[in-house]
Design a protein around this ligand. Structure first.
Ligand code: LLP
Length: 427
């Protein structure tokens, strides 16, 4: 990987990380604003190229949610997918046009559904029959016709390096195709007087490297849309294929450029549509990780370095599973560097430990790193997605600040939590 450096120090968004640590403290989430904008533009551009404008991407808020990301993505003409009242509230408070929001969730509460209707959310993705009925009633009470998609289990499940085609009935999300449940739901949705069924949605997984599963999902979904037309006479206009575009965490990771995913999707949709003489649907996608993941790094101050002869070396940092639970949860891979020793070779094998009272509080094991001493700065790469958004206050540790950097300038977009913040709701 190629990084900008200054006096042996890593720079991010044109700002020296040593200066960032001095100014804002550590741990610190740092995001390169131009990388986020470029990633968003890559999706927009690819959709323009392969779908001629007959499609759009919305940002999956769960990857990184705060007011500023919505303001920034609004400038990039992005909408967003939200999965809770909290994400919805933040998006609208930040000035996102509710009509450009897609509301997800397998168990949205009545309050969340009412809120979405009142805010004028563009599309609510209905997950199940209970929700369908409830939403129809609530929309009726509000005197509106709510546009919806139905969440379908397409039977294509993708993992990072492989994908499987299964019945996949066993998922808490969505409606199964092969049991007839999905078709039943379509009929129920079409019969619901306060709902306007616009199309179907599926999400086949996250951090997917292969483009093929997207093609397969597109094919299965178009075939279902054609079946719907046959059974009900309705030609649904929208196909939403969710998120899942992979990013690089390790030097060996080699995800395809997003344009290749869209090329595959386009080809599969075109072929399937031609086969059954179905008009090309409007394509939606919901990228999260690929928009914000690579743009983020986390800076930590290294504390004690504990060498256990013949066992391993623990390098402890001033954060951990509270700001990045992904290793503890999924053994997720990361690459890191000693940000103030960029010219040194990575000659050590170390385990990065957090500061929580928990043995499993590790950020990475057996990782190559430069020799380091207390006071050095550790930068972990590709932490822009699912880090801040999955952070916690375990051990009453305040959440770090989030700083955006652009062309050598930095600004705080989320303040570091204080001890006072931690007690705000305590009696
Ligand atoms: N749309 C739907 C309906 C989703 O469920 C998800 C992710 C996305 C879009 C965005 O997917 P992306 O483009 O970010 O892959 N916490 C896990 C990731 C969970 C993703 C869940 N759904 C992690 O840290 O890896």
């Amino acid at each position: 990987m190629n990084y900008q450096t200054e006096h042996d120090c890593l720079c991010w968004g044109g700002v020296n990380t040593r200066k960032l640590a001095e100014e804002y403290g550590t741990p610190l989430y740092v995001m390169d604003e131009m990388m986020i904008r470029q990633a968003a533009a890559d999706h927009t551009e690819a959709i323009k190229n392969y779908f001629g404008g007959n499609g759009r991407a919305v940002f999956a808020s769960k990857a990184f949610c705060c007011k500023e990301i919505y303001r920034l993505l609004k400038e990039e003409e992005f909408g967003a997918d939200v999965v809770s009242g909290g994400e919805l509230y933040t998006a609208v408070a930040a000035g996102m046009d509710a009509a450009k929001l897609v509301f997800h969730g397998n168990n949205k509460t009545k309050e969340e559904l009412s809120m979405a209707i009142r805010y004028g959310v563009g599309l609510i993705v209905v997950d199940n029959f209970y929700e369908l009925e409830r939403l129809n009633r609530l929309a009726g009470e509000e005197g509106v016709t709510q546009q919806i998609l139905l969440r379908i289990k397409p039977g294509v499940e993708a993992h990072t390096h492989a994908f499987i085609q299964t019945g996949q009935i066993d998922s808490k999300f969505g409606l199964a195709l092969e049991t007839g449940e999905a078709m039943e739901a379509v009929k129920a949705a079409l019969a619901a007087s306060n709902l306007d069924l616009q199309g179907v949605h599926c999400h086949i997984g996250s951090q997917i490297f292969d483009t093929e599963p997207f093609g397969l999902a597109a094919k299965v979904m178009v075939e279902f849309m054609s079946d719907v037309r046959e059974e009900t006479g309705e030609t649904l206009p929208i196909l939403n294929l969710g998120g899942g575009f992979g990013i690089s965490y390790l030097p060996t990771d080699d995800p395809k450029p997003v344009a290749e995913y869209y090329a595959t999707i386009r080809k599969a949709m075109e072929e399937s549509c031609n086969e059954v003489a179905f008009p090309m649907p409007f394509l939606m996608t919901e990228p999260g990780r690929s928009i914000v993941g690579p743009a983020g790094i986390t800076l930590y101050t290294i504390g004690n370095v504990k060498e256990i002869p013949g066992v391993r070396t623990y390098v402890s940092v001033d954060g951990g599973m509270t700001d990045n639970p992904r290793y503890a949860l999924y053994q997720a891979d990361y690459t890191a560097t000693v940000a103030n020793r960029m010219k040194k070779a990575k000659t050590e094998k170390v385990t990065i430990a957090g500061k929580c009272c928990e043995s499993g509080d590790l950020l990475q094991e057996h990782m190559d790193l430069q020799p380091c001493t207390p006071g050095d700065l550790l930068a972990v790469f590709a932490t822009g997605a699912y880090n801040y958004s999955m952070s916690s206050n375990y051990n009453r540790i305040p959440r770090p600040a989030v700083v955006f950097c652009k062309e050598g300038k930095s600004r705080v977009v989320v303040e570091r939590e204080t001890y006072g913040d931690l007690m705000r709701n305590d009696y």
